[in-house]
Structure formats: C-alpha cells, structure tokens
Design a protein around this ligand. Structure first.
Ligand SMILES: [Fe+2]
Ligand SMILES: [Fe+2]
Length: 304
C-alpha cells in the first residue's frame, strides 16, 4: 500500500502556475551556441575518453545533447497515450483527477513539440547528420505491449531521473549553452508535477494487486528496460559514426573500443540507472513491495 501525500488538486494548481509556452523557450534570438557543451559531463561522459581533444569533446557532447532530445522524445511519445488511457475509464469520478491528468498529457504533447524544435535547430546548425533510434511509434508500441504497472514504473523512474539530471548536474554547470540549459530547466519544472501524478498512477495500479501481479509488473519493468537498453546499444553505434563524420577522422580499433564502453555506460546511466537509484522512485516501489525494491536495487549497478 502506498501512502503518498500527493493529491490531484494541489498538483493541478502547481502545474497551472508553472506552465510555459514553447515560444518562450525557443525561436527568434533564442539560438543554440555550437561553441559550448549542451550536456553536463556526468551524463555525457566525454571527458573520460582520453584520446579526444577539446573540440572533439564538445562535438561528442553536442551529439549526446541531440540524443537526449530524441530519446526523451521517444519516451514522451508513449507517456502521452499511456496517461490518456489511464484517465479515460474514470473521467466523471473526480474532476481534479481528470483535469490534472489531462494537463499532464497536454504538457507531454508540448514537450514532444519543444524537443522536436530543438532537434530541428540542431540539425540545421550541426556539422553533420546524426542518426537516432526509432521510429518513436514503433518503440512506443513495443513498450505499451507490456502490462500497465511495468509501463507506469518506467515512466515514474524516468520522470524522477529528469529531476536528478537537472538539480544535480545541470543547474550549477555554467559551461553549458544557456539555451540548452533553459530547455532542461523548463522541462524539469513541469516534470516536477508529473512525478507526483506518476506516483498516484502507480498507487492506483497497485491497490488490490496480488503478489503474482506485482511480480509480473516488475518483470514487465525489467523487460522494457531491456528493450530500451538494446536501443541504447544501437544509439552508441550511431553516435560513433556521427562523431567520426563530425571530427573528420576514423578512430582506431582501440579508440572505438574505449568509446563504446564509456558511452554505453553513459547512456545507460542517463536513461536507466539514474532512475533506478532515485530515492523517491525506490521509496514508492518499496511501499507496495519491499522485494521489488530490492530487485531494482540489485539491477541498478549494471546501469551506473
Ligand atoms: Fe516531458
Ligand atoms: Fe513528463
């Protein structure tokens, strides 16, 4: 049983107060500065690759920034239908619930559009094209073919991870391009309410579940994690190719090896591990199943 103190009315009020427009964040004189890094190094992990020079590190960092836009874009594309499916069967039961969840869905649709706009500007300004995993509809379909508890846990973890990314790595990093930093900041501001609504979604999904049903939810969570992890392995290969095109040089075999091992762990940490260690994520899971919490804690080191 989850004993959260979050509620729909307060979440809705906070969300309405925080709400921003896409036009306030990108467009006009608000442009990306391609002389600066886009991502904090704790997520990009380019400084650990010892054969890159300063310019090459910035180039790879920016490739990772583009990947952040497209990977979060993918996740948001399955959050949106999931939240709509969750709200629809109970539309007339609690007006605050209905409004808070529809506001959540609407913000996620806005984030999809914002991330696409940033990605487009990147494509216009960066030296080469960068391939990314997808298409989003296909990945979304594969994720949503799992049970709702597994999907809800992935969403809960991912949204808490955006908090960790912003507060621990982005906020105090003054090297970052201010425009990209503003994207991450504004995204987190709205995600802050989503994490609460996710907790309420998980609460309603776990009420009255048997041990077996909870175990299936955790199995689904692990299976979706495996699916995302396969995508990340492919993304590392795309990033390696994009890097070589952008840097105008082919890496030697031992360099490619180092690139792959450091970057795969960087991607795993960004999209999976930083969620799996988040204390609020673990606390929510621990409340309905201490053994599920333990299982996720045991999985986490592989993704750090
Ligand atoms: Fe979002
Ligand atoms: Fe969100």
């Amino acid at each position: 049983m989850i004993t959260t103190t979050y509620n729909y009315q307060e979440t809705l009020a906070a969300s309405v107060r925080a709400n921003w427009r896409v036009e306030d964040i990108i467009g006009g004189d608000k442009r990306l500065d391609f002389t600066r890094p886009f991502m904090p190094d704790s997520l990009a992990r380019v400084n650990a690759i010892d054969f890159l020079d300063h310019e090459e590190k910035i180039v790879l960092n920016q490739i990772r920034g583009y990947g952040y836009l497209t990977t979060f874009g993918l996740v948001e594309e399955f959050i949106l239908p999931f939240v709509l499916d969750h709200v629809r069967p109970h539309l007339n039961e609690d007006d605050y619930r209905t409004r808070a969840l529809l506001q959540f869905a609407s913000e996620e649709a806005k984030h999809i559009q914002l991330f696409k706009k940033f990605a487009k500007e990147f494509e216009q300004g960066f030296v080469t094209y960068c391939e990314t995993i997808g298409p989003p509809e296909e990945i979304g379909k594969a994720v949503l073919s799992h049970g709702p508890l597994g999907v809800a846990l992935v969403i809960l973890g991912t949204e808490w991870a955006t908090q960790k990314h912003y507060l621990e790595s982005v906020r105090d990093d003054n090297e970052l391009d201010p425009q990209f930093k503003s994207l991450l900041r504004n995204h987190w501001i709205e995600e802050a309410q989503h994490t609460k609504l996710d907790t309420l979604m998980v609460q309603s999904l776990t009420d009255n579940l048997t041990e077996d049903q909870i175990e299936k939810g955790i199995n689904d969570y692990a299976a979706i994690g495996g699916l995302i992890d396969d995508g990340l392995k492919q993304q590392v290969e795309f990033d390696l190719e994009a890097f070589q095109r952008a840097a105008g040089r082919m890496l030697a075999e031992f360099e490619r090896k180092q690139f792959r091992s450091i970057q795969l762990q960087a991607l795993r940490w960004t999209y999976l591990g930083s969620a799996m260690v988040h204390p609020n994520f673990l606390a929510t899971i621990g409340e309905f199943s201490p053994s599920a919490r333990k299982r996720i804690e045991e999985m986490a080191p592989e993704f750090s």
